[in-house]
Design a protein around this ligand. Sequence first.
Ligand SMILES: [Zn+2]
Length: 102
Amino acid sequence: MPQINCPHCQAALQIPEEHAGQTASCKFCNEMFRVPSILPDEQHISPQKQRLAQIGVVIIAAIIAAVAFFLFTDGTNSRSTTSTDGSSSPQNQLQENGSSSK
Ligand SMILES: [Zn+2]
């Protein structure tokens, strides 16, 4: 829960987030004061959370892209090997040449 200091007695008060920007009374000195619209605890945590969320989204997107890329390339590779079967003949020629030269 966000914590602020009472402007009257400087006591540390835990303010519910829904009380941000509203008037609250200090439970120590009973003085009324206006709660800041942006509570300090939220200010600190939300950018980190946003960053973590952004990093997580980027990582997940990268993993999905990598998996999709591998699946896609794998499919095209197997297709190309079957379609370009004639490309295996040069390899045979090279092997024959090597064995004949020795
Ligand atoms: Zn107070």
